[in-house]
Design a protein around this ligand. Structure first.
Ligand code: HGY
Ligand code: MN
Ligand code: MN
Length: 407
């Protein structure tokens, strides 16, 4: 007999955690280690305690809420992240965390005694937009980053990660890190158009495409915008602009699933009447297979050199982060497929275009994701939206899959 969720409570809980970070445009700004992030964390900790969970925080600030099982086994773990991009969507990350809380609330209300412990997790800094790169806390658990590297990262104002984590009161203990798991399940909005286009409420996710983040620095000559003839200029921003266009053309030329984005740009001196002597842009390339990802990265290097030559400036390309394509656990995928069929939840199978903590969790435990349809495919913007009937189906699938894995 399936266990059902309290959809209205789930909606209220998501609204509450979003209310502490609401923007005028209807989105949320709960950027990692800001006061808004702390406010959301404080709410989660309180709700976990009210649900009778043993709450702990590890040295990366990741929050865990544990419900004992009949046996002291490794836990079935589920959750996502509370941090958001600036003026991001109301569902990205937070839905997975409050869905996990709803699982714990229902198990507690129904007084269900699972054989294995259950653990709800909320990872620090999944987005990696204030402190680059992404998925740092789950990455430390997977051995991808050292704690010292993460603590040393700075934001654009020069603020240091380790200091900010301590400032918001969430610099916990290394011995509180997740010791392992029999399974990790992450519920998340799709953040793309696939489910909406194909008219599915839910996806069972097979894996995550590869991601590489680069930073490209063009160095020309700052000079006066008036007296400097065009022929004598070495304009770093014009070179960067050439690369922005080249990167778009590259992704369209490669076609298929290849995507490329130049999302941030910094100029010096960044004033109206001076030729930019320095331009720093980011390049985010993604591809479902490693060969395709490598080809895109190599091509960006070549195109950056071409753009620099055209403007007679210098160029340096630095790799900030690279995350190889990830496949999720086939047995867990089968468990979710059988459960979805049993519950009558229509589902599509797909690969994720976005990165998730599940990527690094897949390196330490069998892992799978559940997607909820994103209406219009929007994400990382206030227009991000999902239908609550779709959410109810996805969270019911999560709850009953967790129970099957834990008993
Ligand atoms: O970049 C990503 O795909 C994720 O939103 N951090
Ligand atoms: Mn996310
Ligand atoms: Mn995101």
């Amino acid at each position: 007999m399936p266990v059902h969720i309290d959809l209205e409570r789930l909606r209220r809980t998501l609204d509450a955690v979003n209310s502490v970070a609401a923007t005028e445009e209807g989105g949320v700004s709960r950027v990692a280690l800001t006061d808004e992030d702390r406010a959301g964390r404080d709410l989660l900790v309180r709700w976990m305690q009210e649900t009778g969970l043993d709450v702990r925080v590890d040295d990366l600030g990741t929050i865990y809420g544990r419900r004992k099982g009949a046996e002291p086994d490794l836990p079935v773990v589920f959750g996502s992240h509370l941090d958001s991009v600036p003026n991001g969507g109301r569902f990205d990350g937070a839905l997975g965390v409050v869905a996990g809380l709803e699982v714990m609330r229902r198990v507690s209300e129904q007084d269900i005694q699972t054989r294995r412990p259950l653990e709800l997790v909320s990872f620090t800094n999944e987005e990696g937009v204030r402190f680059e790169p992404a998925m740092m806390a789950s990455g430390v658990l997977a051995g991808q980053f050292t704690r010292d590297y993460v603590y040393s990262r700075t934001d654009r104002a020069g603020t240091i990660f380790g200091d900010e984590l301590a400032r918001i009161g969430y610099r916990g203990d290394v011995e509180h890190r997740l010791p392992g798991a029999v399974a990790f399940l992450e519920l998340h909005v799709e953040q793309g158009p696939v489910l909406d286009t194909r008219d599915y409420p839910v996806a069972i996710v097979e894996g995550i495409q590869g991601i590489t983040w680069l930073e490209v620095t063009f160095t020309g000559q700052a000079d006066h915008a008036g007296p400097t003839p065009m022929a004598l200029r070495r304009d770093a921003f014009v070179a960067a602009s050439r690369l922005v266009a080249f990167v778009q053309e590259m992704a369209k030329r490669i076609g298929g699933p290849a995507v490329a984005t130049t999302g941030r740009c910094a100029l010096e001196p960044d004033i109206i009447n001076a030729i930019p002597g320095r331009a720093v842009i980011s390049v985010d390339v993604r591809h479902p297979d490693q060969a395709g990802l490598d080809e895109m990265e190599a091509e960006v290097h070549r195109l950056a050199a071409e753009a620099a030559d055209a403007e007679q400036v210098e160029v340096a390309v630095e790799r900030i982060w690279s995350s190889p394509p990830t496949s999720f656990d086939s047995q867990l995928i089968a468990v979710l497929e059988r459960m979805a069929t049993r519950l009558g939840v229509p589902y599509h199978r797909m690969v994720s275009g976005a990165g998730h903590d599940a990527k690094y969790m897949a390196e330490i435990a069998p892992t799978v994701m559940i997607f909820v349809r994103s209406l219009g495919g929007y994400s990382h913007c206030p227009e991000e939206d999902s239908d609550w009937q779709d959410i109810e189906q996805a969270v019911t699938l999560l709850l009953n899959s967790v129970l099957q894995l834990a008993t």
